[in-house]
Design a protein around this ligand. Structure first.
Ligand code: ATP
Ligand code: MG
Ligand code: MG
Ligand code: MG
Length: 469
């Protein structure tokens, strides 16, 4: 079964249960300053959840484009994380609650007519106090007690507002992916054996200002299942990257680089990161985000630059990402026609950005090489803060790349020294402005200072665009 068929089945299944199918919303949140990106299927439906808008039909299902930058370090390392992925969701706004949610999830996953997973391979986690969910899984569905894990973590609470317990469904990928004697090898633990596929959230309490919890008069359901993960199991492959959602991108990249997938671990990480990032960037550009030095645009710039760096691992020293947007369109166009319709534009944006970055990188790499050699010659194992700052300030070479380079060459970087140099620069700029109010400080150099150069968790994702200057 192709991924696109799994997506269709999801929508068809929930339509058959009386849900209205909503198209994916833009990746750019609408009227929601608390989020930088849509990061879950529920995010664009918030107005229904908090009662601002009454939906036409209280049952909704969708396949939602999501971006999670907090997972960036996992990409290419785990089998299951992406920065861009699709979350399949079903939602109830004050309509059905736990029983239907659990029963339908089970039906969809295990019925031969739908996904047809082996029920014996599924296990679930529940919130320890959620007796109701436990009973439904155990007595109604028939999951034996040893495959129902009680986890304190299974409570969705993001401060004031609706919150509640959740229950998650895991697929056991088998011994080859983890040994049960490993203390982390259980559903919800740090392992790759029990693959979390679906999270069912029961929004039943209000978290009040004073910290107390009271039952909500109208209870909601919010669920999310990763399409890429479901697909990896259905297609019986080793990771999300081996599904038809990623393989054509990986194969095209490998072909361009003249390498083979699954022959070299470093190449594989690079191929996966590139495939991941090109999807993210293509979809973000299609939704109107352009590379820039702030906010979303900066995230896109960083992702593109990161992919370019991984391209170098594969020996791709020329712009290549833009050529992959065609493949992204071929795979995703059936459900997201924008990535096909806007292909030329996406290609042009990516190509221009790649070209600019190549120039910066080539200059910077030559310089950091000299700096490192000089440091080693002096018996030091550290790139000084002032050198790192010079690379950044004069040559536009990002600090994290200096760190990466250093790590790859057994060196460290003086972060404190770098931060101090950065602060000094800011102070100087401020003093200069004071000295001569009419002096217009030109863009270029200064605009680089307006953004914090690190990715942070999606919960406080808005701080990504925090202005430092
Ligand atoms: P994990 O523990 O594997 O990081 P999660 O608990 O953070 O997942 P949820 O926030 O519960 O994920 O999201 C609901 C579903 O969306 C997950 O069960 C998973 O199928 C999918 N999902 C979440 N994050 C990602 C990601 N970065 N890449 C791909 N799929 C994801
Ligand atoms: Mg996660
Ligand atoms: Mg999880
Ligand atoms: Mg989860």
């Amino acid at each position: 079964m192709k991924a696109s068929e799994i997506r269709s089945k999801w929508l068809e299944f929930f339509a058959s249960k009386g849900h209205k199918i909503e198209p994916s919303a833009s990746l750019v949140p609408h009227n929601d300053p608390s989020l930088l990106w849509i990061n879950a299927g529920m995010a664009p439906l918030k107005p229904y959840f908090d009662g601002r808008v009454i939906p036409e039909n209280p049952r909704i299902a969708n396949s939602q484009k999501c971006i999670r930058t907090n997972d960036i370090e996992n990409v290419g390392k785990t089998r299951r994380h992406h920065t861009f992925f699709e979350m399949l969701g079903n939602f109830s706004i004050g309509d059905y609650f736990k029983e239907e949610t659990i029963t339908w999830a089970w039906e969809f996953l295990t019925s031969k007519e739908w996904i047809g997973f082996d029920p014996d391979r599924l296990s679930v986690t529940v919130y320890p106090e959620d007796e109701e969910a436990y009973k439904l899984w155990n007595e109604k569905i028939g999951i034996p007690a040893e495959r129902i894990v009680k986890l304190e973590d299974n409570f969705w609470d993001i401060g004031e507002g609706p919150c509640g317990p959740c229950t998650e469904i895991f697929y056991d990928r088998g011994e080859a992916y983890g040994d049960l004697s490993d203390p982390e090898c259980y559903p919800g633990g740090e392992n790759e054996r029990f693959l979390e596929v679906w999270n069912l959230v029961f929004s039943q309490f209000n978290h009040n200002k004073d910290g107390s919890y009271t039952p909500l008069p109208s209870k909601n359901i919010d669920t999310g299942a990763g399409l890429e993960r479901l697909t990896s199991i259905v297609q019986n492959v080793d990771s999300n990257f081996d599904t038809d959602l990623f393989q054509p991108i990986i194969q095209r990249t490998a072909q361009m680089a003249g390498v083979k997938y699954k022959e070299n671990a470093d190449y594989d990480v690079a191929l996966k990161v590139i495939a991941d990032h090109v999807r993210t960037v293509s979809f973000a550009v299609a939704d109107g985000v352009l590379p820039s030095n702030e906010g979303r645009g900066y995230v896109i710039r960083r992702l593109l630059r990161r992919a370019v760096r991984y391209g170098k691992v594969l020996g791709l020293n020329r712009p290549f990402m833009y050529e992959l947007t065609e493949v992204v369109g071929d795979i995703m166009g059936v459900y997201y026609p924008d990535v096909v319709d806007k292909r030329e534009f996406i290609e042009k944006v990516i190509r221009t950005e790649e070209e600019r970055f190549h120039e910066t990188l080539n200059d910077g790499l030559a310089i950091i090489e000299e700096i490192s050699k000089a440091a080693i010659a002096q018996g030091s194992k550290q790139i000084s803060g002032s050198d790192a700052f010079k690379l950044y300030d004069t040559y536009g070479f990002p600090f994290d790349l200096t760190e990466d380079y250093a790590a790859e060459h057994g060196l460290t970087v003086d972060r404190e020294g770098f931060d101090a140099a950065m602060q000094e620069q800011r102070d100087r700029a401020r003093a200069a402005r004071h000295e001569n109010e009419s002096m217009k400080v030109q863009g270029g150099v200064l605009s680089d200072y307006t953004v914090k150069s690190e990715f942070v968790g999606y919960n406080d994702a808005v701080t990504e665009s925090k202005v430092l200057a």
